[in-house]
Design a protein around this ligand. Structure first.
Ligand SMILES: N[C@@H](CCC(=O)N[C@@H](CS)C(=O)NCC(=O)O)C(=O)O
Length: 241
C-alpha cells in the first residue's frame, strides 16, 4: 500500500486533537497544520478548507486521482482505521465487545459532548442558573453521563473492554482539553480519573499533544480538578462579547 499522504487541519484547544493522537497510535505519518482560535472560532484560512469550517479536517492526497477532504472527527477516525490501518484500534463484528465498541465510540459526540456543551450554554444564558430548572436538567444529564461512564471504567480498563481502541481516542478530549470550556471536577469519578491517567501515559498521546497543542499543560487538563476555564468562552456564553 502507498504511504498515506495526509494533511490534518487542527484548530488548537479543540477536538481536532483526536486525529494526531490516532495517527501517532497507528504510526501513520502526517502533516499537521495548526490554527489558533480567532478569537474563539475558526480563522478564515481554516474556514476555507470545508463548508462548515470546523476542525478537524483531513486531506488525503495518497491517490492523486482521488483527493479526499473529510470533516467530522468520527468519520475521519473510521476512514483512517478502515482504509489505512486494517481495522487496528477498532473491534469488528466477530469480537465479543463489538457492541461496546460501537456504543462507546459514538457516546462522546452523540451524548457526552452535547450534554456538556448544553450545560455551558445554559449556565451562561440564564442568570442565577443554579436554581433554574432548565440548567438543573442539563446538569443532571451531564452527571448522569459521567456516572455511567465512570461505572464502565471502574470495571473495565478501556471503554470498549480490555483493549485500548478508537472509542478511547474519541472520548479522551471531553475529560481533558474540553474542560477548558466547561469545568468538570473528577473527584467523585474515580474510574474516569484512572482512565485519564492511563491514556495520558501513552506515548502516542503525549507526542500528539506536543505537536498539536504544545502550550496545553497536560498535568492541568488531566488533573482531578481540571484546568482553568477560557475566560473568553465563558463571556461568550453569557453574551458578553
Ligand atoms: N462534530 C464535529 C464538530 C467539529 C467542531 O465543532 N469543531 C470545533 C473545534 S472543538 C470547531 O472547529 N469550532 C470552531 C468553529 O466552528 O468555527 C467533529 O466531531 O469533528
Amino acid at each position: 500500500m502507498a504511504t498515506p499522504n495526509f494533511t490534518v487541519h487542527h484548530l488548537q484547544i479543540g477536538q481536532g486533537e483526536r486525529i494526531p493522537w490516532l495517527l501517532e497510535e497507528l504510526e501513520i505519518p502526517y502533516k499537521l497544520v495548526n490554527y489558533q482560535r480567532s478569537p474563539l472560532l475558526s480563522p478564515p484560512e481554516l474556514k476555507s478548507k470545508h463548508p462548515l469550517g470546523a476542525s478537524p479536517i483531513l486531506e488525503d492526497h495518497t491517490d492523486p486521482s482521488n483527493p479526499i477532504t473529510l470533516a467530522e472527527s468520527g468519520a475521519i477516525v473510521e476512514y483512517i482505521i478502515g482504509k489505512y490501518a486494517n481495522g487496528k484500534l477498532a473491534l469488528g463484528p466477530s469480537h465479543k465487545n463489538f457492541a461496546d465498541y460501537l456504543y462507546w465510540f459514538h457516546f462522546s459526540n452523540s451524548t457526552l459532548q452535547p450534554a456538556i456543551f448544553r450545560r455551558a450554554m445554559l449556565r451562561g444564558a440564564i442568570p442565577n442558573s443554579s436554581t433554574d430548572a432548565r440548567y438543573l436538567g442539563a446538569d443532571g444529564r451531564v452527571k448522569n453521563a459521567l456516572h455511567h461512564m465512570n461505572n464502565r471504567l471502574l470495571s473495565h480498563k478501556w471503554l470498549a473492554g480490555d483493549e485500548f481502541t478508537a472509542a478511547d481516542v474519541m472520548t479522551g478530549w471531553c475529560l481533558t482539553t474540553m474542560r477548558k470550556f466547561e469545568p468538570i471536577d473528577l473527584t467523585e469519578y474515580e474510574g474516569i480519573q484512572a482512565w485519564v491517567k492511563r491514556f495520558g501515559e501513552r506515548q502516542a498521546y503525549k507526542t500528539a499533544m506536543g505537536k498539536s497543542d504544545p502550550n496545553i499543560d497536560l498535568e492541568e487538563t488531566s488533573g482531578v480538578k481540571g484546568p482553568a476555564p477560557i475566560e473568553l468562552f465563558t463571556k461568550a456564553m453569557a453574551g458578553k462579547m
